[in-house]
Design a protein around this ligand. Structure first.
Ligand code: ASP
Length: 459
């Protein structure tokens, strides 16, 4: 059986078993608790960790190779600005869709006080911790100054991806400025690093069917349907916003910018969808996303390696939708009315925080708490939605990575001459199915070519 079929099967089996466990015996049942603690949990965690451990080296290697491959600073700047434009516009569209939807459905006006108190009670511990976390999140000039990291290793250790990205960009830029024969050595080294981390992803993906099953089982057995019922309308609103964006806005953007048919686009990127859905992490999905962009969409490695790491942390369409809806929903629950002007500020904050959120599970939650406080909604209110956040997180992360892929195609078309003819024929194949094949592309050759052409030096 093809690996992608097995991954989907894992997703299904994990979910169904989880719901059955939740409905029949409940999460407190010793057997379910045991399975969660010693089987499903660890397997899921190992899968997640395997993907996560290579994120920083991958970001560094792919960004610097990407920048170096672009040839010069001017070109890198143009690509960066183009990507950023796409990120901001698509995220703003997403946030507006969410705000319109939540204004129409008004999910928060029907939450009973008893339900609210119950949820607040249940999650107050976690909420307090999140609130404390949010206090360390501040917006200001420092936010931008600190992107220029003073210690790239510390950035990597602290999951400060923007810092690592910045270091990678500087590294790549400088790489194009030194002597060709020396640059080549470094490029080869980076390429090897890149290949190695991608190989690790492929190895991790062998564990995916079990890892995905474990992760989903944990969520489903714990929360089942019960918790979903009281705030069903809120969930429906978020899901509706995500679906509308995924099924209407993104297909329109992709069609308008690169002329790829929506069905074909989604068919090609399904490995990324499954990975994002099961890991709830744009960062953990990044390796898969890069492989998918290159092998299933034909995006040149230097573009994919540059745009996707940026997108993993800066382009979060799904997160913007979720944040907008959640802020208004909680305001509704607490009887805070926001006028049009305030809603516009909510939108801007959603875009900004979606750019700033880390691509990890729940990465946007601390920032969301910050927005709530801005509008007089108690930060602890986050406890009301935290209980169902995982399923929403899984869904919004899926849209987040789709947005990144759209951006990479758009940039590839406008900056690297990508055309429809570059879409690989066998792209229906999910990346992990090619586990045992050696990659048929080599950034090394491409870079060597760029170097020969642009630097006029032998490689
Ligand atoms: N989990 C999301 C991501 O990785 C971030 C978030 O919205 O919490 O893209």
């Amino acid at each position: 059986m093809a690996l992608h079929t097995r991954i989907l099967l894992g997703l299904l089996i994990g979910a169904v078993l989880g719901i059955i466990a939740n409905q029949m015996v409940g999460p407190e049942n010793p057997v379910v608790a045991f399975v969660n603690e010693y089987i499903a949990g660890p397997v899921g965690q190992v899968f997640f960790n395997l993907l996560y451990m290579i994120v920083m080296p991958l970001v560094f290697a792919s960004i610097s190779l990407g920048v170096a491959g672009l040839g010069d600073l001017k070109k890198a700047g143009r690509v960066g600005i183009r990507a950023l434009g796409y990120f901001v516009i698509s995220t703003a569209l997403a946030a507006s869709a969410g705000l319109i939807l939540v204004g129409i459905i008004k999910p928060g006006t029907r939450v009973s006080a008893a339900t609210r108190d119950g949820l607040m009670d249940a999650y107050s511990g976690d909420a307090a911790q999140r609130v404390a976390q949010s206090e360390s999140v501040t917006f200001g000039i420092d936010t931008f100054v600190n992107i220029v990291t003073r210690n790239p290793i510390a950035s990597a250790v602290n999951n400060d991806m923007l810092g690592v990205i910045f270091f990678g960009i500087m590294f790549g830029v400088a790489l194009t400025m030194i002597r060709g024969d020396r640059a080549t050595v470094m490029v080869r080294w980076l390429e090897a690093l890149n290949d190695i981390v991608i190989k690790i992803v492929e190895i991790a993906m062998r564990l995916a069917p079990y890892g995905v099953a474990g992760l989903i089982f944990g969520v489903m057995s714990r929360f089942g349907f019960d918790l979903l019922v009281p705030i069903g309308r809120y969930i429906v609103t978020v899901m509706g916003g995500l679906l509308a964006h995924g099924l209407i806005t993104i297909p329109i953007i992709v069609w308008l910018t690169v002329r790829v048919r929506p069905w074909d686009f989604y068919r090609r990127v399904r490995a990324s969808l499954v990975t994002a859905f099961s890991t709830s992490s744009s960062a953990a999905t990044l390796p898969t996303n890069i492989a998918v962009a290159e092998r299933s969409l034909g995006v040149p490695p230097r573009i994919a390696g540059f745009v996707l790491p940026l997108g993993a942390t800066m382009c979060m369409n799904g997160t913007a939708i979720f944040e907008g809806i959640t802020v208004i929903f909680l305001a509704q629950v607490f009887g805070v009315t926001l006028d049009v002007g305030q809603q516009a500020v909510v939108m801007v904050m959603c875009v900004l925080t979606a750019v700033g959120a880390a691509g990890v599970p729940g990465g946007s939650i601390p920032l969301l708490v910050g927005i709530l406080a801005m509008f007089g909604v108690p930060g602890e209110a986050i406890g009301i939605v935290l209980g169902v956040d995982r399923i929403l997180d899984m869904s919004r992360t899926t849209l987040n990575v789709v947005g990144d892929l759209g951006a990479s195609l758009y940039v590839a078309k406008n900056e690297a001459g990508w055309t429809l003819a570059d879409l690989p024929d066998d792209a229906g194949r999910i990346v992990p199915a090619q586990l045992d094949e050696t990659p048929d592309w080599s950034p090394g050759e491409e870079f060597a070519e760029v170097q020969r052409e642009e630097l006029g030096k032998p490689s």
